[in-house]
Design a protein around this ligand. Structure first.
Ligand code: NAD
Length: 491
């Protein structure tokens, strides 16, 4: 491997469970291998917890909640800011760990770390405002006063996937702690290392024991135990739609709240008046960032027919020239997929695309292996009923179709069971806003890359989400609303 920025870690790599303020071994005594997706070598082993360990973590969180929910928002904000500063101080090492374990290019990992810092700082700001008295509500009675208070939901289970470890965690952990919840976090079994490093930083921030717990292990053991535990008030899950359905069913048994961030199959709509250079950049970024392993991948390209030939030619050239390889090499634009199962799944999709009659325009270069590398791939004239057009691929595969009218573009973009995001590229400002309004998606970017600011919102329509993360919505997801109606003469 070409090692331009080989990581040297000077903080201890934690591989145990963190429960009630202590690093400890699981009762199972089992360990899980962690694989470097660029080399397929085992880089570490981490603890594989079982239901008894989950129970221990949840009980610790439940005990800690009694005091944590009474802390002031300002005090919780100070912890969040301490975590943000800790992440900043170890930024380069965390980025390297992310690239080592997830496989994304180091430049992308640095963006992830910046996002984590911004998220903790943002929710620190919201936590500070929680010390303000409840919100008085105008009611049609001069004999009563109504006040709305927002209180922490309780002990929450956070379950996250492998494509943006640390970021997905920060989007849940920061608002949960800000709200006054205590937490049991379950990382993906594929990418526990960055999460464990983040956990060590959370520990250094000095949170009281039990407020934050991390339990590594398999989804079927740890995840399932979290979603059914009677002391968990709410589960916040990010992952596949299939597992999201299981989480919802499991949570229903004890009527737990759930927030779900699931799959996507999103479109980028390019009109004939678009700035061609910008459109090429936006399509490539939307499809190939993180090797396409993005719930928000805009891997369906809808291009207005007069621009189709020019856009396809430019895209094919970029796909052919994409540098795939070692995530630490400066020139590399795309790393491997994060795990073997995903690698096999994407290869199957590419074969199905060909079999379903999509026209394969280009497959770029990729190292032969070892490593879960996939050639960036582009299909055109993709049949609307084909699997590559309808199902989430979660890999570097771009599918292009042409359209003739704005209405047709909107209808085609909306013709999916998902509704996470969409992009529109046009020089016509009014059309940009009109199409954004018509698209069934939780986020729409107009002539803009996939920027996500913690102050805004994240989540989608239809099968993509239940609830929203980020912004005040992300905080509200971890709060209960209490109305206090007081007779005026009781003061
Ligand atoms: P996954 O659903 O396989 O796993 C997600 C997490 O759930 C993992 O930690 C896993 O161990 C755990 N899990 C597995 N079985 C479980 C069970 N029965 N009960 C509870 N937890 C269980 O997803 P993945 O393969 O890790 O991630 C890829 C998926 O995540 C894609 O579909 C992608 O679209 C989605 N995703 C969505 C968003 C979003 O914001 N909407 C963001 C990132 C990823």
């Amino acid at each position: 491997m070409n090692a331009d920025a080989r990581p040297v870690f000077d903080f201890p790599l934690r591989t145990q469970l963190f429960i009630d303020g202590c690093w400890c071994a699981p009762e199972t005594r089992q360990r899980l291998p962690v694989i470097n997706p660029s080399t397929e070598e085992t880089i570490a082993e981490v603890d594989a917890a079982g239901p008894a360990d989950v129970d221990r973590a949840v009980r610790a969180a439940s005990h800690a909640w009694r005091a944590w929910k009474q802390t002031s928002g300002a005090a919780r904000a100070a912890f969040l800011r301490a975590i943000a500063r800790g992440v900043e101080a170890s930024a380069e090492q965390l980025a390297a760990l992310q690239s080592l374990n997830n496989g994304k290019p180091i430049a992308e990992s640095r963006i992830d770390v910046g996002d984590v810092v911004a998220t903790f700082d943002y929710y620190a700001g919201l936590a500070e405002r929680l010390d303000e008295p409840g919100e008085a509500i105008a009611i049609p009675s001069d004999r009563h006063r109504a006040v709305i208070r927002r209180e922490p939901a309780g002990v929450v289970g956070l379950i996250v996937p492998w494509n943006f470890p640390m970021v997905t965690t920060a989007w849940k952990l920061a608002p949960a702690l800000a709200a006054g919840c205590t937490v049991v976090l379950k990382p993906s079994e594929f990418t526990p290392l960055p999460e464990l490093a983040l956990a060590a930083i959370v520990e250094q921030a000095g949170l009281p024991p039990g407020v934050f717990n991390i339990v590594t292990g398999a989804g079927t053991d740890v995840g399932a135990a979290l979603t059914t535990h009677p002391l968990i008030a709410k589960v916040s899950f990010t992952g596949s739609t299939a597992v999201g359905e299981q989480v919802m069913k499991a949570a229903a048994q004890s009527i737990k709240g759930v927030s779900l961030e699931l799959g996507g199959k999103s479109s980028i709509v390019v009109f004939a008046d678009a700035d061609l250079d910008l459109a090429v950049d936006l399509v490539i970024g939307g499809a190939f960032f993180n090797a396409g392993q993005m719930c928000s991948a805009t891997s369906r390209v809808l291009v207005e027919r007069p621009l189709a030939q020019a856009l396809i030619a430019r895209l094919a050239d970029r796909v052919a020239r994409t540098v795939v390889g070692d995530p630490f090499a400066a020139a590399v634009q795309m790393g491997p997929l994060t795990n073997r199962a995903q690698h096999e799944r994407v290869q199957r999709f590419i074969a199905r695309g060909k079999a379903d009659g999509a026209s394969l325009v280009v497959q770029g270069q990729a190292p032969d292996g070892p490593g879960y590398f996939v050639q960036p791939t582009m299909f055109v004239d993709v049949p609307a009923g084909s699997a590559v057009w309808r199902e989430e691929i979660f890999g570097p595969v771009l599918c292009v179709r042409s359209f003739d009218t704005e209405d047709e573009a909107i209808a085609t973009a909306n013709d999916t069971e998902f509704g996470l995001v969409a992009s529109v590229v046009t020089r016509d400002a009014a059309r940009g806003q009109r199409v954004a309004a018509a698209l069934q998606a939780g986020v729409v970017w107009i002539n803009a890359p996939q920027l996500i600011f913690p102050q805004t919102s994240w989540g989608g329509f239809k099968k993509s989400s239940i609830g929203r993360e980020l912004g005040p919505f992300g905080l509200a997801a971890f709060q209960e609303i209490k109305q206090v109606l007081t007779a005026a003469d009781s003061d």
